[in-house]
Design a protein around this ligand. Structure first.
Ligand code: UDP
Length: 343
């Protein structure tokens, strides 16, 4: 979801974008609108495998990974591989092209945090064998690898830790809070609250996250830095559910049940002072405004009212190069490098 909005922003500001995605958690049909744009190229490929030969690249945005608890639980080995082997390939790619790289890490690297809110200096409280370990530890390794390439190979890379992001084109089936609550409230079903609903999250609207990604990429001062990207407006899950129900005007009841994935963090809130100081970045979209846009998208998806929002969705890797470099893409280097797709 974040990748599709990033593509859209880069294309709308005149960049040429090569989007690489194995569609493990995305759908090709969602790319329709961007596929017809002359500056957008889609390559279905798994970045764990040998990469195609690209024209000169200037920026590599590495967003490739399942990111929802249900998504990475379904694909644990793919999640570990894309953040380790895939990250290494993309760092090598950035080194080859002398391109800047941005690695998207996650608030999950803080685990069930003992420091609150979480600053970038906090080292986290993570189980290396628990039910979320395939994601948490993969992202921690990805961060370590990125820093090793900054220090040992002088790659111009930076790391952002993305906190819970929501918005139009969120996957209705990935089991995440906002998608579940909106779909349930719109269809009059009971709204699922995991645990007692007192756990907190800080929801960031996708346009704010995308703005942070671009600013972190474009800032020379962000080289070798780790930056939290999120909205510090911390809410309990119950509060989020009440806001969604209120905005929709739904009468859905709340049903309390065990979390879909264990080790559910009890609190999560970013300290964003570093991003504010380094980039001048901060979120601008409030929770009611953001949820209103998101609800409009879900209404359309569910056939409950037309809202124009025809952009595609993907969660893959983006490599952008300037408008001047219009060299066409070449096919993957070897026939054996066919894209993979998990079931
Ligand atoms: N959650 C919930 N009901 C749902 C989906 C999620 O209560 O239908 C809770 C979940 O247990 C967690 C929070 O909402 O405490 C955010 O979950 P999500 O899967 O969106 O992302 P996470 O922050 O766990 O990566």
């Amino acid at each position: 979801m974040i990748g599709s909005h990033l593509c859209e922003r880069l294309i709308s500001t005149g960049h040429e974008v090569i989007c690489v995605d194995n569609l493990i958690t995305g759908r090709r049909a969602n790319l329709k609108a961007l596929l017809s744009h002359p500056g957008f190229h889609f390559v279905q490929h798994d970045v764990v495998l040998e990469l195609p030969t690209f024209p000169r690249l200037h920026r590599v945005y590495h967003l490739a990974s399942p990111a929802s608890p249900i998504g990475y639980t379904r694909s644990p080995i793919e999640t570990l591989r894309v953040n380790s082997e895939g990250t290494r390939r993309l760092l090598e790619l950035a080194a080859l092209h002398r391109a800047r790289l941005l690695y998207t890490s996650t608030s999950e690297i803080y685990g069930d945090p003992l420091e609150h809110p979480q600053t970038e200096a906090y080292r986290g409280n993570v189980s290396c064998t628990g039910p979320r370990s395939m994601y948490d530890e993969a992202k921690r390794y990805g961060e370590a690898l990125t820093m090793a390439y900054v220090r040992a190979r002088h790659v111009d890379a930076r790391i952002v830790r993305i906190f819970n992001t929501y918005g139009p084109r969120a996957d209705a089936d990935d089991g995440r809070l906002v998608g579940n609550l909106i779909t349930q409230a719109l269809t009059g079903r009971a709204m699922t609250i995991y645990g007692d609903g007192t756990q907190t999250r800080s929801l960031c609207y996708v346009s704010d996250t995308v703005e942070g990604l671009i600013q972190a990429m474009e800032s020379a001062r962000a080289r070798g830095e780790v930056i939290n990207l999120g909205n510090p407006d911390e809410r309990t899950v119950l509060e989020c559910a009440r806001i969604v129900r209120d905005l929709i005007g739904s009468t859905s009841e709340f049903v309390f049940m065990p979390p879909a994935v264990g080790d559910d963090p009890k609190v999560r809130c970013p300290d964003i002072r570093k991003g504010q100081a380094l980039l001048g970045w901060g979120p601008t979209v409030g929770i009611r405004e953001g949820l209103t846009h998101t609800i409009a998208h879900f209404r359309e998806v569910l056939g409950m009212g037309a809202v124009r929002d025809p952009q595609p969705s993907t969660n893959g890797t983006l490599a952008s190069h300037s408008r001047r470099d219009r060299t066409p893409l070449r096919a993957p280097a070897r026939a054996g490098d066919a894209p993979t797709r998990s079931s």
